[in-house]
Write a protein that binds this ligand. Sequence first.
Ligand code: BGC
Length: 827
Amino acid sequence: MTYIDFDEEADVAETTQAMQDAAREVVVETALGALDLDAKTRLLAGQDVWSLPALPEAGLASLVMSDGPIGVRGVHWSADDPSVALPSPTALAATWDPGLAHRAGVLLAQEARRKGVHVLLAPTVNLHRSPLGGRHFEAYSEDPYLTGRIGTEYVRGVQSGGVGTTVKHFVANDAETDRLTVNNLVGERALRELYLAPFEAIVENAHPWGIMTAYNSVNGPTMTEHHHLVNEVLRGAWGFDGVNVSDWTAARSTTGALAGGLDIAMPGPGTVFGEALARAVRDGEADEALVDEAVRRVLRLAARVGVLDGAEPVVTDPPDAVDGEALAREIARRSFVLVRNDNGALPLRPGRVALIGAAARDARVLGGGSATVFPARVVSPLDGLTAALPDGTLTYTLGADPNTELPVADRGFELRAVCRDATGQVLGARSAPSGHLQWTGSDLPEGVTHENLHSVELTGSFTPRESGTHTFGIKGLGPFRLTVAGTTYYDGVQRPAGDDPFLTFFGPPVPHAGVELTAGEPVEVSLTYTVPPAGDHPLRVIGFTLAHQDPQQDADERIAEAAEAARAADTAVVVVATTDRVESEGFDRTDLRLPGRQDDLVRAVAAANPNTVVVVNSGSPVELPWRDDVAAVLLSWFPGQEGGAALADVLTGAHEPGGRLPTTWGSLTDAPVTQVVPENGELPYAEGVFIGYRAWEKHGRSPAYPFGHGLGYTDWTYDSVEVAEAAGTTTAKVRLRNTGDRPGREVVQLYLAPADPDPTRPARWLAGFASVEAAPGDGAEATVELPRRAFEIWDEATGSWSFVKGSYEIQVGRSITDRRITATINV
Ligand code: BGC
């Protein structure tokens, strides 16, 4: 399934890389020879949350890893060293532009180098199996081919900057419910044709230096011990020569993980490798040859990224510097999907604009969980439109609050975390990016250790934007004291429960104080957490949240105010959003509704002004029950730090929205695959190969917006498709024309449909795509090579790929349902 290369230079670079790999192997062997058993097993375990130990006897420096995928957070949960925040992976996939993914990768490598990070824990290439998956914003698509194409160039981009990747989470981590223990039962065809396919494509086309094995089990074994999928498939059949790192705390057995092909158990220091592995070897329970294999792979990675003495890193001359803000803005506007544009509502016509919605002011630019980074700035839609529209033409109204519980204290807060010992002596301090504090393992301020740390005080000021009763609350476990403006409102112990260590961060906050405050007048705020004695969990985490909510006005009044503002304007732009209680790591969604009263808000605004444009700020599908009653709907995903500027670019028409749906948007009632909750620890992927559009078509259901759909600001006609076959390669040449009145860019999509329907295969599937640009009236030509894999199925009887001969229609168009021209081929 070799793809058309994005860049021939990349091929040359890969060949050179292969030759250099051989030279590095020699250095790797020498380094391996310098290590005794204890050193070797130490190297296979994190020395802390993000790094491996340095081994000076082998000339090895410490190898540092960091999340991923939309930025590089670095080793601290802190805003002291901010990171560029790119749009969510769903947004990157919505560009359908592997070249842009490559450039994102180059930027991320630059960020990683700046932060001393050698390996980026990304990309996430699990599939959107069900729309309920809580972490879909962090994955690309429901389609394995699109996921593979985007993921391939992302990896190539990062690695072209000399930084490693860990393609994750291998494999079938497609939902979050019971993710640490669930046994996903996936049929062999679905596994090969869907879930493994992006990993396979990336291994073949981008040669990633790492992979991350998932928490979950697949058909029995847990993924960190999956001999078959790791040793036989990934390494054996596919020839993966990189390192296999566990997801954080996923490795649970010393001998099982070693035999299952795991190389690095993260995080440390307490892991199943390290001393436990040395002991197992000495006791004759683990094979030292396997330890050597794993160490070899870690040393190879170290050599590639340049932390092994004597080995030339893969990249000695990093690519030219990338302007992160400019790229974040470009990706965002190229990712926005205009799913509806009635009567040319967009671009905005001159006139008064009523901007409405909490997320228009407090933009949600990224999804929650380990993918969080702290950007130096965030451009909200309000900021972006204020800068772009003529003075005096923009009004802002909140409309509805999407938060159904107290959000993290953020806007208006300036906080520091002060650490003290048992005597009250200050040990150290660090600035806090928000009211959410999350220090994992040794990620503690200078001078602080888990041994001497007794309490953490989040302290600073809060300047209200509004006068009225402000609510303060706490999320977290243990003893807390909350003081606002000199009054202590809470001094007690909070005790929720849960198995997943990350649940500590994901439970709802408890409100403890209602405080009358005046807009613009700062007050002192303090939340002190007394650290409980260490339990026996190997991973020490200091995590808690100061939560805050602005004064709550009557919800109906707020909506009425927004409708009033809309009535007085020429256009109403409503930004609706999900929250981090809807889309985040660690849990799935239970419905696809917009939280709070946002649906009511849109209905009221649309009733007041027919020229209503809705911007949907979510990382993955939500239901839009009012979609046919508004003039335009623009999906902006989690648009990254420059989202508001990009939004202004697109709304004003300075740029057209470039995105196409990487995943089907429809209602939960119609969605064909909705089971994400395991029963008795097992989650059967009973739908087989029918997920996403494959399933919608099979069930004959019409989604709100189909896969591939997205409008620009011009029109296209599809004139012809010619198909040629040479040396076993099928190539389609598509001619089309820009028939509108402005320049545009079109994503030409090719679907392959067997002429004789076969109930075991989808009706059609994405087999290729390409983008073209043309001026008004001009023609354009797209040449798309169809990979051999597009014609193959996994034959469960023989355990191999089987080319299915016969007659196929190549259907070319603008989405899975908007197919404009076809050609028939016999293969
Ligand atoms: C996530 C990974 C992430 C790791 C480290 C895990 O909870 O599943 O994607 O890389 O944490 O933050």
